[in-house]
Write a protein that binds this ligand. Sequence first.
Ligand code: NOJ
Ligand code: CA
Length: 551
Amino acid sequence: MQNLFSTRPNEAPWWRDALIYQVYVRSFADSNGDGIGDLPGVRAKLDYLSGLGIDALWLTPFFPSPQADGGYDVSDYRDVDPMYGTLADFRQLLDAAHERNIRMIVDIVPNHCSDQHPDFQAALAAGPGSPEREKFIFRNGGGENGELPPSDWQSKFGGPAWERVPDGQWYMHIFSREQPDFNWHHPEVRADFERTLRFWSDLGVDGFRIDVAHGLMKDLDLPLRNTFGADSAPLLSPPDGQDHPFWDRDEVHGVYRQWRKILDEYDPPRLAVAEAGVSLERLPMYVRRDELDQAFNFFYLRCPWDRDAFRTVIDAALAGVAKVDAATSWVLSNHDVVRHRTRYGLPAGTDLLRWLATGGTHPVPDDAAGRRRARASLLLTLSLPGAAYLYQGEELGLPEVPDLPAASLRDPIFERTGGTEKGRDGCRVPIPWDAAAPGLGFTDGVPWLPHPRDWSKYAASEQEHDAGSFLTLYRQAAAARRRMLASSPGPHISWQDFGENVLAFRRGRLLCLLNFGPDELPLPAGEVLLASEPGISSVLGTDESAWLLVP
Ligand code: NOJ
Ligand code: CA
């Protein structure tokens, strides 16, 4: 089946070096005044996105959902939640994006569904031992009367990964209790997701982001194995678990080999990008030829602001994908982590969960450093070989909002940890579009999370015509990247020596320099294509970067 973008033989896939923009739909743009972003809202901003110079949008889940986890609790995989619009709205958005040469990626959540999903409701109703329960992970409990959870497995959102139902059985949920895990050993679970992939592919979407791609297959042999706390690692970064009962098990690759066949039925083949929190050694397994296409590089995201650390992570990522003849992808922010402008302003080694728990006051981030580094890191990210993922609002230089009032917090982490962890709402505050409008142009009503008082200064309207703004830098960088890619610089970089504090590499005729050190770096001969601060022509200061065209 063809779409507008059918590929010619031997053409590189469109996503190899794509610039992909993540839309957290709920917080992007509200079209009907209910304070919640929606699909017509995204459509209204397509000219802005096209002006930014992106190749594709990844939309976070907009499917019917009770919203216990921001839509990652899906109750129908093949429809649109009325809160976000209709299927017709989605089709219109897709067409309008395609007309602007923007591809569309949707977010598939295969590990778990909502507890309101009809299959889970049927499983609850059917009772212990029924075939309906087989699609999920129901077990009897331990202890004399089954009053103990079946194993020590912990939820990533706090507390046990087991919830007891009135008839006495327990069901497993890696995330909140409203997100029961599917049993991926069940053929009907597999068949249903294949239908979902085909449904959206037939509609014309260009790709899929696969949520918790490393968690699908569980070791369900009885007695269930305990983990003995092996997964008490920080949120969404489980340990390498070759031998773990549910993380990164080898059997999961069988699922993706099957999906590859489906994705390849389309022309061009649909893209699949894995959200897989596994070790850098095992991550390339997810992007082998007969599996998925990309996997987010969270090691790059978590890298401390340190030259050698960046070099190590970049080398390891490039070497890893080279082994399987794939391309890597780079990401610095998303809807699950503290925004990188703020992270880069915090001292190295800051425990972000604890920092959030202080309401962002201990320590107070160095905003000038965070701002400089966020700008400098953009040029690094956009010159590396492979796709780059941007998170909405980073092009406005948005910081984290660590002091949202407790009453407005919606992340289930807050409730499941009894309030000891704030959760991820601070990076999900709605986009400020217009400094002069009520609701900062995000909504005519009351935004679902409040804007901090001083956020009008970040509004797109304020940055539009400012040569020194984040928005201008992002636009210039995307345009310069496009020109650079037109010269087919290839998937390799070669490190250059500019002293121990400078990260420097060549990719084709492009030289990327980032000065981590305290001293000024005189720029070598070459044409300065772009620099992270306006006016740079001969020297790079601390935390500044530049692209040079060299012979
Ligand atoms: C990863 C998603 O990015 C996150 O927002 C969600 O809470 C979990 N997966 C569970 O679906
Ligand atoms: Ca709305």
